[in-house]
Design a protein around this ligand. Sequence first.
Ligand code: GAR
Length: 198
Amino acid sequence: MKRIGVLISGGGTNLQALIDKQGTVLKSGKIVCVCSNNSKAYGLERAKNAGIATKVIRKNADCGGDNDEFNRQICAYMKEMDVDVIVLAGFLAILGGDLLKEYANKIVNIHPSLIPSFCGDGFYGLKVHQAALDYGVKVTGATAHLVNEITDGGRILLQKAVYIEDGDTPEILQKRVMEQAEWIILPQAVELVCADMV
Ligand code: GAR
């Protein structure tokens, strides 16, 4: 059984999907801790409700705004918790440095578009869906991928398409992409990594 550490920044619905799929889709790993870079993230409550250890590490308040220190502290916490696989479940900061080396091919991210569309620096959360609607694409979706030093540039593990509908707003589209794609493929992709199938 692999030990999973989840990094979040907000609502944590993808974290909830992982918690709910433990023992069924997610059979080869167990969530042992949740770390947030935002002390107000509702995902922290979801973790506490599931009896999972939590920690807050904020880049400005705890690391003096230093990105290397931020990554060092996250890496130290993952090591302290004996984590094997890291999941970025709506984690809206960019990782770098030794953490990426220590956990090469062991970090999974969920991105709310079909990479290589609408991804890279500056594309996160509702901005991704706004960009898809502005462009006028008819199909979008979600991508679960491995994390390397290129933002949203690591190896793709799973993708799922979602149709855009008349009257979509970024909020409506975000909800449909979560329900029809993210919450399904993220637990499946994490299972692939935990089962050493990638
Ligand atoms: C999700 O839509 C996730 O794909 C996105 O943030 C949202 C977090 O929601 N992540 C990115 O945009 C990463 N570039 P959640 O906190 O409810 O899981």
